[in-house]
Design a binder for this molecule. Structure first.
Ligand SMILES: [Zn+2]
Ligand SMILES: [Zn+2]
Length: 360
């Protein structure tokens, strides 16, 4: 299958848009026509070099929805025509963590990709590294990278569910388990942070404080349910959150992945409060927290991929969307064709968009 795809050749340089050949799926694999794919901060961090990528060149993209085009031998849960959402954490289903319901911590799938063996994408006849490779018109992934979803919602509306949405809402519901009436604060109001904001609103938090340095993003946060905003470039955000919550937040979320803001979020907690960090951390990131506050039952916890069970969580997220209680359309500031991926990265870096969705 001929396909147009976005390929990163070198970190620090913009990726290029190329014609590739997508080979048919092999055993346990599925070919998907990508309907829509979100441009996530972690894609950008591969381009700007914030996160080191050993395997280049590589077809980019991981947050998407689409329609099954073809299935390989041994695929029993999907058939051509099925609407699917990509999960960022394909789970093996049988390892110790999967058996315990902690699918986001699966140790049974993944491993270093070997393009000679596992790549189904060829550029100029050569295999190219790829994971989900959703910045492409067609891609081939393992069956467990896909969740079949209901067919009464236009599939192109669901591209953000598998990364930004489940990471943010999942951190609130699955990890922190925010109770109604909680006072919460959210550091970082990008794609994930906005979903923490709306997750807290859905959970019934009474005070929802959005913290960012971008007026634009704070404005987005208000539209997603923030009751207060704090410009961290203008005042001490931990102090301000303490004031607004009358003694500190019950829950503070850090959706950036920066040691400095993790500490700020932790310092905004009231005794007994919980700080959840979910931003992708820098390689050698180190957080130092003062011990006295810990001694008052405060908790600092990590959260990866929304601590989600995709085959459970995607369905209730989509039901919330259908019922008008989860905002998905409002997350998409702009749609662009695949060719404009670099303009989308520029918008993201400048904080101009909540999310750009590429329509391959
Ligand atoms: Zn992502
Ligand atoms: Zn597993």
């Amino acid at each position: 299958m001929r396909s147009k795809a976005v390929i990163l050749h070198e970190q620090g340089k913009p990726p290029s848009i190329e014609e590739v050949e997508v080979l048919p799926p092999e055993t346990g694999e599925v070919m998907v026509r990508v309907a829509a794919t979100g441009v996530c901060h972690s894609d950008y961090n591969l381009v700007d070099g914030f996160r080191y990528v050993p395997n280049l060149p590589q077809v980019m993209g991981h947050e998407a929805s689409g329609v099954v085009k073809q299935v390989g031998p041994g695929v029993h849960t999907l058939a051509p025509g099925d609407p699917v959402v990509f999960t960022i954490r394909p789970a093996c289903g049988v390892c110790e963590y999967c058996s315990n319901g902690k699918f986001n911590l699966c140790i049974g799938s993944g491993g270093a990709p070997d393009p000679e063996r596992s790549s189904r994408i060829r550029s100029k006849g050569k295999p190219v590294y790829h994971g989900s490779a959703t910045f492409s018109q067609y891609t081939v992934v393992p069956e467990n990278s896909l969740v079949k979803v209901r067919d009464d919602v236009p599939i192109e509306k669901l591209s953000l569910v598998g990364c930004a949405v489940v990471t943010g809402v999942g951190a609130v519901v699955n990890r922190a388990k925010v109770e109604a009436g909680s006072r919460v604060a959210i550091w970082g109001c990008g794609g994930v942070g906005l979903n923490v904001v709306q997750g807290c609103a859905i959970a019934g938090a009474s005070t929802i404080i959005a913290v960012d340095v971008s007026a634009n993003k704070l404005d987005f946060a208000t539209r997603f349910g923030a009751t207060h905003t704090v410009d961290a470039s203008a005042e001490d955000p931990a102090q301000r959150v303490s004031q607004l919550t009358n003694g500190g937040a019950d829950y503070a979320f850090e959706a950036i992945g920066n040691p400095k803001t993790v500490l700020q979020a932790f310092q905004s907690l009231r005794p007994g409060g919980v700080c959840v960090t979910m931003g992708a951390p820098p390689e050698q990131g180190l957080v130092e927290v003062p011990m006295q506050p810990l001694f008052q039952d405060r908790t600092l916890m990590g959260c990866s991929a929304g601590s989600a069970s995709p085959r459970v969580d995607f369905h209730w997220l989509i039901e919330l969307y259908q019922g008008g209680r989860l905002k998905l359309d409002e997350l998409v500031t702009r749609q662009r064709p695949l060719d404009e991926v670099n303009e989308a990265f520029e918008d993201l870096a400048a904080g101009r968009v909540a999310r750009t969705v590429l329509i391959p």
